[in-house]
Design a protein around this ligand. Structure first.
Ligand SMILES: [Mn+2]
Length: 423
């Protein structure tokens, strides 16, 4: 067995400290595209399975019994798979046919199912929640193998961003930009895009997850690109915002400087022990203060924060854990509840940062008509916003800047620092 897999399995078992309970981790199965006959989505094992096996294999189950240890049940590659998709998967572990007998021998014991559901097996909900949290504790600090892949993913992303930046100009379409970007990811060693690339010009830059279209960029517009390469199942997640004509307007430059300063300040707070929520609130406050200084908001920063007025312009969390997939083992620590206030409801993680954690930091400011023309929101924030000014900026678009920050024993390392930002 690969030594990093052995180490992770040992660490999970130690963290769980079970006596008699069984843990099963399902890789998942091919998912058919509805109505498309034998077409399936590209197969990805559940992250919990991938972490503990470093393998992507449909139908596989990893099993743990504290009394007998780990058992690795892997369906053998079929002839059809060899014919249609190539025999790239070597036979590993124990033949899947032996799983039923393994389970039968342990009949009557509590079972937690992690990963994907396994047909015919009921999971004990309370036990499942406990072992999932235990596994998350083990998964969050990135090991050397993971970090190596994340660095490679970041480097492939760097190649993509260098390629796209060199072609951006008025007349180029979002699609052309996407093609340059993704070609660079693959040339730079990426296996896949880590998620669907976001490329938006003009007002499309204010759509948080905009899928690129054939629309050409126009002079004076913003271009927001949020995309990353993936290497060995490990993601990079990067956002840069550019001026279509190479130079920001004065108004764009003001907002860009504010987002950049907010991002840099938030990155500097990524130290071991710092609560991630504190970083989010700090970024929210800096955005509120900056918009106040620019005359877009009115009043004082405490009262704006109390009413979440800044969330009209910064309607998402400051980031998330990144690594094994674009959303790694995030969530809230046990006992912490998600707040439903506009300024906090998209906060994806609530925990202190510890050495080894890797997070994104991605503040943004957007002029989103769906929020800024909402009658109820306008009523609620009537006195907090310079609405005449905002109504003239509804076509502004949006600016987001995002890096991947690896927390170390003494501070942090910015894994995506080599991808240039507009200045
Ligand atoms: Mn992100």
């Amino acid at each position: 067995m690969k030594t990093h897999v052995e180490r992770r399995q040992k660490a999970a078992a130690a963290q769980w400290n079970l006596k008699n309970e069984i843990v099963l981790i399902g890789a998942g199965d091919y998912i058919h595209v509805p109505g498309r006959a034998d077409m399936t989505y590209p197969f990805r094992s559940h992250s919990e399975y991938t972490y503990l096996t470093d393998r992507e294999r449909p139908g596989a189950v990893l099993a743990f019994d504290p009394q007998s240890g780990w058992a690795d049940f892997v369906p053998r590659v079929t002839q059809d798979e060899r014919v249609w998709i190539g025999a790239s998967v070597e036979d590993e572990g124990t033949a899947f046919e032996e799983f039923a007998a393994w389970l039968e021998k342990r009949k009557g014991r509590r079972v937690a199912v992690l990963g994907c559901p396994i047909a015919g097996i009921a999971s004990d909900a309370a036990l499942e929640a406990d072992v999932r949290e235990g596994l998350n504790v083990v998964r969050r600090p990135k090991d050397e193998v993971e970090l190596d892949r994340m660095r490679k993913a970041a480097d492939a992303s760097r190649v993509g961003y260098a390629g796209v930046q060199s072609v951006l100009k008025p007349g180029i379409t979002e699609r052309q930009a996407q093609i340059e970007l993704e070609a660079g990811f693959f040339r730079g060693g990426g296996d896949r895009t880590a998620y669907d690339s976001i490329v938006g010009g003009g007002t499309n830059s204010a759509v948080l997850h905009f899928a690129p279209s054939h629309r050409p960029f126009a002079a004076g517009e913003l271009i927001l690109i949020d995309a990353g390469a993936e290497v060995g199942c490990y993601a990079s997640d990067v956002t840069r915002t550019y001026a279509a004509s190479g130079k920001f307007t004065l108004e764009q430059a003001d907002i860009y400087k504010l987002v950049l300063a907010t991002e840099e300040a938030a990155v500097k707070k990524c130290m071991p022990g710092t609560e991630y929520k504190t970083i989010h609130i700090g970024a929210s406050r800096q955005i509120a203060q900056g918009l106040l200084d620019l005359g877009i908001l009115k009043g004082n920063v405490d009262s704006l924060m109390e009413q979440d007025t800044q969330a009209l312009f910064f309607p998402h969390g400051v980031g998330h854990l990144v690594g094994l997939g674009v959303r790694d083992a995030g969530g809230y620590l046990p006992g912490r509840k998600r707040s439903e206030t506009p300024g906090l409801r998209f906060l994806r993680i609530d925990m202190p940062l510890l050495p080894g954690y890797t997070v994104t930091i991605e503040p943004g400011i957007y002029f989103i008509p769906a929020l800024l023309q909402d009658a109820e929101l306008r009523r609620k924030h009537r006195d907090n916003v310079n609405w005449d000014r905002v109504d003239k900026m509804l076509n502004f678009g949006g600016i987001r800047i995002e890096d991947n920050i690896h927390v170390t024993e003494t501070g942090y390392e910015n894994l995506t620092a080599a991808i240039p930002k507009a200045s």
